[in-house]
Each structure stands twice: as C-alpha cells, then as structure tokens.
Design a protein around this ligand. Structure first.
Ligand code: SAM
Ligand code: SF4
Length: 326
C-alpha cells in the first residue's frame, strides 16, 4: 500500500472534507456580512466524486474523516454521504463539524447512517451575544445539541472561539452547561483567516490566562482525549467534562499535523494557514484511473509545508475559514 507521508515524515490519515462553502449563520470572525461570492454548484464535487476520492485515500491510509463546511447540513443529503463513507475500508472514525442549527431534524438519520461524533460551534449561551456574533438564534443550537445527545451521538464537543470583551467571561457558564450534559468544551484562539479572521485577532485572548482562571474555580486535572487532535485537555474532577485548549497562535502544534483538507470544489489544501493546494476536480472529471489518482494524491502531499505562519505572516491567508472547511 502506498501511504501518504509528507516531506517531514508525518503520516496523513485524516481528511477534513468541506461539502459546502455556504452557511445559514454569519459568525463575524468567519464570513463577511452579506458575503455572496460562493462556489458555483457545477464546481461542487458530487458525492460520487467524493466517494471515489475517499475510497482511494482509504487504500492509502485514510482513517479519519471530518465533514465540515461552511455549514455541512445546508447541503442536501449529507446523511447519504455519511453512509457511503461508513462503507469505505480504512475509515474508522466519521465526525461532523456543525453549527447545529439543523441538527434537530438530522441527528437520528445521521446516527443511523454511521456518524460517530460531532463538534458544535457555540461561543456563548447568551441569546443576545449569540445574535451579535452569528446573527442567529441560540435556541436552535441548543435544540440541535439536545437532539444529537438524545440520538446517542458522542462524544459531543463544543467549540468556543474566545474573544476579548465579547465572550471571554462566558466560559464559566459554558463549563457548567457542559458538565450538566456531559459535553467536552474546547476553547479556541482566533486565527487570521481572511479579513474577517484577521480583524477578529484584535480580540485575541491568551488561553493560558483563561486556564489559570478556570483552575481557580474548578478542580482541573490533566487529561487526554482519544481522537482529541491538537487540543491540550484538562478534566473537571468528578465530572465527565474535559476542557481542551486549542492554541494555534500561542503554541502551534504543526509537528504532529496528520491532516489535509478538501474544499467543496475538490481542491486539496495542505495547511489551514498556507496556500499550498492541489486541484483534484479537473483530474476527476477527466476520468483519470485510480493509479493516477493515487499519484496525484502523493504529489499533493509532497507540497505540505512544515508549519503555518499565522504569527509571522498574518496577512497571507486570504481564504475565509468557511471556504477551506475549518
Ligand atoms: N459551520 C460549522 C461550525 O461552525 O462548526 C463548521 C465550519 S466552521 C468554519 C469550523 C470552525 O471554525 C468553527 O468552530 C468556527 O468557530 C471556527 N472558525 C471560523 N473562523 C475562525 C477564525 N477566524 N478563528 C478561529 N476559529 C474560526
Ligand atoms: Fe457558519 Fe461555522 Fe463560519 Fe459560523 S463558523 S459562519 S457557523 S461556517
């Protein structure tokens, strides 16, 4: 089996697959207000095309798949895609990043199709602050979370982007909410993705300070989380709740990076914070055979840079997070 090893010896076994660049929310750090310059539907990879790429990557060592976007649940039939991915040899873990606004209708079918777990963006429980950040309604997200819990999807992780003066004093409430429901909480530093992300880095919060503050209020012990990715975890003693700290800016974790991303138009991106990419769609639509597709994937992985440069070159990524699939 030819496997996917990058020039720095990192084995690539994880794909983050964006199935749409559209979204029913407008988080200000992610997508500009009124943004409409979305990818044309004829450029979207079809699920047949996606399934083919996944099948070939499965033969080359792909073990984990995360479906993301934009908001993945605004694309029709994502449940069908989960079912197809579940049937692929090699893929052991299928997760979904979602804002959960549509989860109430989708939770049970997604679980039945083989979805293992979800990460849900939720920056605050306060309806007014949620509306300011996303232009949406927090109640829909809570309904979605409860539906996912009831359907037995788990673990459920809450992703909270930390922003000074906006939600940095909402963390304690979120810890209590997660303890009540058995959710994991992940605190995330803002990243300079596109102009929106760059502007939001003015609201940067040092997560080390937040960790110290939480340690004064909760009994935190170091912990690990299977499939936890780049987060460093603490557990709230006596509860099932872990708190993860994702620090791409203050403490990068590139040396253990095992992932690549594919955008809705079939472009492979080697790093969230760099432009190195490899367009697969023209090759797929030209009908290249599997052995050439494997060679293309190996050429793509050869482009993977050593690390992002969010700190040194914050101006360099012009894609919004919703375009690559966060
Ligand atoms: N719509 C889904 C959601 O919100 O979870 C999936 C896509 S969203 C782009 C994935 C993650 O990226 C979310 O957790 C979101 O908070 C995060 N994100 C978006 N822009 C960001 C930025 N500039 N800095 C840090 N995280 C960001
Ligand atoms: Fe949509 Fe997710 Fe971006 Fe918010 S973070 S605008 S929910 S894609």
């Amino acid at each position: 089996m030819s496997s996917l090893i990058d020039p720095f010896g990192r084995k690539i076994e994880y794909l983050r697959l964006s199935v749409t660049d559209r979204c029913d929310l407008r988080c200000f750090y992610c997508m500009p207000p009124g943004f409409k310059d979305f990818e044309e539907p004829e450029h979207w990879l079809t699920f047949d095309e996606v399934e083919r790429v996944l099948g070939v990557m499965g033969e080359m060592g792909l073990e984990r798949l995360r479906i993301t976007g934009g908001e993945p649940l605004v694309r029709k039939n994502v449940t069908d895609l989960v079912g197809r991915a579940r049937a692929i040899d090699g893929i052991q873990d299928i997760s979904l990043s979602t804002n959960a606004t549509r989860m109430d209708k989708h939770a049970e079918p997604l679980k039945a199709a083989g979805l293992d777990r979800i990460n849900v963006s939720l920056d605050t429980l306060d309806p007014e602050t949620f509306r300011e950040i996303t232009k949406g309604k927090v109640e829909k997200v809570i309904d979605g979370l409860m539906a996912a819990k009831a359907a037995g999807i788990g673990p459920i992780k809450i992703n909270m982007v930390m922003m000074k003066g906006i939600n940095d004093d909402h963390v304690e409430d979120m810890v209590h909410f997660c303890m009540e429901h058995g959710f994991t909480l992940r605190l995330i530093e803002t990243m300079p993705m596109g102009d929106t992300g760059r502007d939001a880095t003015d609201l940067y919060v040092d997560l080390q300070t937040v960790k110290k503050r939480l340690a004064e209020r909760f009994d935190l012990v170091p912990s690990v989380m299977p499939g936890g990715g780049p987060a460093r975890y603490m557990k709230v003693a006596g509860s099932r709740t872990r708190i993860g700290f994702i620090t791409p800016i203050s403490q990068h974790f590139c040396e253990t990076c095992n992932r690549i991303r594919m955008s809705v138009d079939g472009t492979l991106y080697m790093c969230l914070g760099q432009e190195h990419n490899y367009p697969l769609r023209p090759l797929l639509r030209r009908g290249i055979p599997d052995d050439e597709l494997k060679e293309a994937l190996i050429s793509a992985i050869a482009l993977k840079p050593e690390r992002h440069e969010f700190v040194e070159k914050p101006e360099q990524v012009i894609r919004f997070m919703s375009m690559t699939g966060g």
